[in-house]
Ligand binder design. Structure first.
Ligand code: HEM
Length: 140
């Protein structure tokens, strides 16, 4: 839930470029062949209409017991036939690293941290993320 919520608020791929290879009719919408389409992942992930008034808040519990099918309004790894082939690997890696950290350290954010996400090809913290790690008693 924590990883999903982090990927919702800060999707590394904020925009997904696509191109219509043929004329497409979506309800009343006509998409002509050759049209370049940019899927605004970060705007979809922050939409109050889709996520509620608290859309900009970090609330991992919003993923509890719900399945947000990829391709609907949660798409950090894109969706469809060209979605991320590394998705399972990336999620497994994040879970293992997080589990190793929380079993050995308590952590808090440094007072030097400045929240400044910036999109330079992918979304990243402009000034880094300064975290203070303290070993838990059992691991000293
Ligand atoms: C949190 C980590 C990751 C995120 C958020 C992510 C996100 C994405 C997204 C959004 C796409 C689709 C891009 C597009 O269609 O324009 C993509 C494609 C891809 N990703 Fe990832 N990715 C992650 C990690 C990884 C890892 C660890 C690997 C490899 C081990 C990987 C390999 C790929 C490949 C090969 C594609 C191209 C797939 C294709 O075009 O058919 N990704 N990724």
């Amino acid at each position: 839930m924590i990883i999903n919520e982090s990927l919702r608020l800060y999707p590394p791929a904020t925009l997904l470029p696509r191109m219509a290879l043929e004329d497409i009719k979506l309800s009343d919408l006509h998409i002509p062949k050759g049209l370049s389409i940019w899927i605004p992942v970060i705007a979809i992930h922050h939409s109050e209409e889709l996520w509620g008034k608290d859309a900009n808040e970090f609330k991992p519990e919003r993923f509890a017991g719900k399945s947000f099918a990829p391709g609907r309004h949660f798409m950090p790894f894109a969706a469809g036939p060209r979605n991320c082939v590394g998705q399972s690997f990336a999620l497994m890696e994040a879970k293992i690293i997080l589990a190793m950290f929380i079993s050995r350290f308590s952590f808090s954010i440094s007072k030097n941290y400045r929240h400044a996400p910036v999109s330079v090809l992918t979304l990243k913290p402009k000034h880094g993320v300064q975290i203070i790690l303290k070993p838990l008693p059992a691991s000293q």
